[in-house]
Write a protein that binds this ligand. Structure first.
Ligand code: ZN
Length: 250
């Protein structure tokens, strides 16, 4: 089976601007995620905000099955044009995985159709509960696992009702959060996963990485042959010629 082509996109600012963060992710969050998911099942590349076109040229997007997105302090520096391109790609079948503060990114807002507003608070211990153990993204994940420290993200999370909910976060002060949510948009699948605050080594956690790997498999476009055979739908939808209607009148 062909490897899934994954692009890990990162804003890559905290790691360059703050020594404390650089200690956790010396080569950047994107590099750590790329390394941790490995190359056994995936062909992995990375892209960052300050590259030309944010590293997301047409060539890169055309060759991406699943795009992973981490952004925080510079959401508004992402060009509308690139965010729109990502949205169109998702509608055509590209998978999108939005991590942590990507709930507030242009791509998440555009693709899912929401502000992504939530409550947030000081760092606390989190328990991630696996509430949908038969879901493919929960494969190999225990009933729950602990993260020593994570930024509080709490309900109400202003999102459209997820098509599937896989994880719930509980913080030691009692706040709860829908921390693993799935949507389908167009032909594409979207997964939002809350853990991943830049101050903590969350992307070294084996459960977190397993969830990201599972999510890549889940979000990868299904190769039904449809697009290859019939072509991608054009903007405004496809026109049905009269001859085809004749078939139904017989
Ligand atoms: Zn954070």
């Amino acid at each position: 089976m062909a490897k899934i082509r994954v692009t890990v996109w990162n804003e890559y600012r905290h790691e360059r601007d703050e020594e404390k963060i650089a200690e956790v992710y010396p080569e950047g969050i994107h590099a750590q995620i790329a390394k941790a998911i490995g190359t056994e099942d995936f062909e992995v590349r990375t892209a960052t905000l300050d590259e030309p076109e944010h590293g997301l040229t047409d060539e890169v997007l055309d060759n991406t099955d699943v795009l992973i997105w981490w952004g925080h302090m510079a959401h508004w520096e992402v060009s509308d044009e690139i965010a729109e391109k990502v949205k169109q790609k998702v509608y055509m079948g590209m998978g999108l995985i939005c991590l942590h503060s990507a709930h507030y990114s242009k791509v998440f807002q555009k693709v899912v159709g929401t502000t992504g507003n939530l409550l947030w608070g000081m760092n606390k211990q989190e328990i991630v509960w696996n509430i949908n153990p038969i879901h493919p993204i929960a494969k190999g994940i225990p009933t729950h696992f602990k993260l020593e420290a994570e930024e509080i993200y709490a309900e109400p999370f202003q999102i459209p009702e997820p098509d599937e909910l896989v994880f719930m976060g509980w913080f030691e002060t009692g706040y709860v959060f829908r921390s693993g949510c799935c949507w389908r948009r167009g032909y594409g699948k979207v997964f939002y996963f809350q853990p991943g605050h830049e101050e903590f080594p969350v992307y070294y956690n084996e459960n977190v990485i397993q969830i990201i790997k599972n999510a890549i498999h889940w979000a990868a476009p299904a190769d039904t042959g449809y697009v290859k055979q019939w072509g991608a739908p054009c903007i405004g939808g496809d026109f049905v010629p009269d001859e085809e209607l004749e078939f139904f009148r017989k």
